[in-house]
Design a protein around this ligand. Structure first.
Ligand SMILES: Nc1nc2c(c(=O)[nH]1)N[C@H]1C(S)=C(S)[C@@H](COP(=O)(O)O)O[C@H]1N2
Ligand SMILES: [Mo]
Length: 260
């Protein structure tokens, strides 16, 4: 499937990014470029959805007001993503994948098991009832897609770092690599530092209900400090590894760091 372009009628993405970079203070500019300057990074920084040229202008205005604290959340992998009140939740929350909803995988929760592979003491596979027994937390955060939209949602699940500890994962390894049930495959590597981030979550519920098919039943990985494509849905396995194994969008040129 070809890489889709950004959805900004009347706005040239490259020029917008160039203009934004010009308005940044020195340190911010350096960090932004080092982080892989992109429209996604700008959206993340400013909270603006760029859908037309006036929102592009608004984004530029906000870029010029950047402070280093905001930059920190994108470019410092340990900083926390902002959380929101229930009233800020976007309804309906968008579905997105590289196919239409009709083609989304239908996973049978009774058969499904999460495989745990690689540099880990306990390679046991986990059933859904077993996973549901782990302590869970709820987070309301913003999801940002490189295609130029963002939305606020509520996700509930187990912090990934707690699970990694529980199964005796070697947290000195470089990546946790996720594979998904999509018909033509989907996978994504997560750097260990982000895997251990307190907000990175093995998610079982959306809006306090069992994760619907659209949003990744039975399990997705919610990473509020990274762009949407680094939030794999329909996860079937995780592998703790030192090898960079690539990912669906990463292989098509998106920066794997992609806090940007
Ligand atoms: N398995 C799988 N996970 C995926 C995708 C996908 O196509 N397949 N798309 C990614 C992208 S680009 C986005 S923006 C989010 C969308 O999640 P949502 O449907 O919950 O909004 O899922 C991400 N995870
Ligand atoms: Mo996305």
């Amino acid at each position: 499937m070809a890489k889709r372009s950004f959805l900004i009628p009347g706005v040239d993405k490259r020029l917008l990014i160039e203009d934004s970079i010009k308005t940044m203070p020195d340190l911010s500019r350096r960090r932004f470029i080092a982080g892989g300057a992109s429209l996604g990074a700008l959206t993340l920084l400013t909270g603006c959805d760029v859908v037309d040229s006036s929102s592009a202008e608004e984004m530029l205005k906000r870029v010029s007001k950047f402070n280093d604290a905001v930059q920190d959340f994108i470019f410092n992998p340990d900083a926390l993503a902002p959380t929101f009140a229930e009233s800020a939740i976007t309804k309906p929350f968008p579905f997105n994948a590289y196919y239409d909803l009709d083609d989304a995988p239908t996973v049978d929760g009774n058969d499904w098991k999460l495989e745990v592979r690689g540099l880990v003491d306990n390679k046991k596979s986990w059933t859904l009832p077993e996973l549901y027994k782990l302590p869970q937390v709820t987070q309301i955060t913003r999801h940002i897609c490189v295609e130029g939209w963002s939305a606020i949602g509520s996700w509930t699940g187990t912090p990934l770092r707690d699970f990694l500890k529980l199964v005796g994962a070697d947290t000195r390894a470089k990546y946790v690599w996720f594979q998904c049930a999509d018909k033509d495959g989907y996978n994504s590597p997560l750097d260990m530092r982000t895997a251990l981030h307190p907000q990175t979550q093995m998610t079982f519920k959306y809006a306090n209900e069992i994760l619907p098919r659209a949003y990744g039943f039975p399990m997705k990985i919610r990473v509020p400090t990274k762009l949407g494509f680094k939030n794999p849905k329909y996860v079937v396995s995780m592998e703790i590894t030192n090898e960079y194994k690539g990912g669906y969008w990463e292989d098509q040129g998106y920066n794997s760091f992609s806090g940007s």
